[in-house]
Design a protein around this ligand. Structure first.
Ligand code: C5P
Length: 233
């Protein structure tokens, strides 16, 4: 499994998404489709982007009872996405059911990645709202280990956590890392960030990059710079 750059296509409509993807005439980037676009356009947007030859990370973060998640994952698997995700907070039985649902009759399946604690959840809210009083990094690593136990392929985490996840869960356990910014770029609302080069050094397997590419004056050049820094150099 090679390292790759995944573009977060956080657009509100199919029209905007295709206008963006049309700029890429020489390469077919791996793209992430999130809830906004999927709920606006439905599964057809996935079929159309697949037809154009892109790999797709469908970022819907499932979290429900095991039976429901299993059936929903079977639908996503038939959509032929390449990667999808769920909340590790749904527990090991839910993650195992998800894997079962994703697995096609021929034994193949999309990669399945777990979200541990959302990066928007801080220690204070985890304690007061969820009644979890262990330190955040301990909770995140425990959820990653649960995902591994359930047979998942990896977790979404900050690039700064990638080395620790690999230490605890093994080199082959994938780290998919948002929060990537160019050294000379805008940080925006992201807090725990790394450059593509640094993410590579720490050991991220996939970087998820949104605004540094989608809002760039020249998105294709920005994408190529990510690939150069993260994959090639
Ligand atoms: O524009 P930017 O590069 O910040 O986009 C990062 C993408 O990764 C967004 O789609 C965001 O929702 C997603 N993401 C994140 N942090 C997480 C999980 C997902 O930034 N912990």
């Amino acid at each position: 499994m090679g390292k790759d750059v995944i573009i977060a296509c956080d657009f509100a409509s199919a029209a905007e998404t295709f206008a963006f993807l049309d700029r890429f005439t020489e390469e077919k980037p791996f793209v992430k489709i999130g809830m906004e676009l999927f709920y606006a356009e439905g599964p057809q947007i996935v079929r159309e982007i697949k037809k154009r030859g892109h790999k797709i990370f469908l970022d819907l973060k499932l979290h429900d009872i095991p039976n429901t998640v299993m059936k929903a994952m079977a639908v996503l698997s038939r959509l032929d996405v390449d990667m999808c995700n769920l909340h590790a907070g749904g527990t090991i039985p839910m993650m195992e059911a998800a894997l079962k649902g994703l697995t096609r009759p021929d034994g193949t399946r999309p990669l399945l990645i777990a979200v541990t604690q959302l990066t928007s959840t801080d220690q204070a809210h985890m304690e007061s709202d969820l009644l979890i009083d262990r330190p955040m990094d301990e909770v995140v690593m425990h959820y990653a280990e649960n995902a591994k136990t359930a047979g998942l392929d990896g977790v979404v985490c900050s690039p700064l956590e990638a080395a620790k996840v690999h230490e605890r869960c093994g080199k082959a356990f994938l780290t998919v890392t948002p929060g990537v910014r160019f050294a000379d770029g805008d940080v925006g609302d992201q807090k725990r960030i790394a450059t593509p080069e640094r993410a590579k050094e720490i050991g991220s397997d996939y970087i998820v990059v949104g605004r540094p590419i989608t809002q760039a004056a020249d998105p294709v050049a920005a994408y190529r710079r990510c690939v150069r820094e993260f994959v090639e150099e």
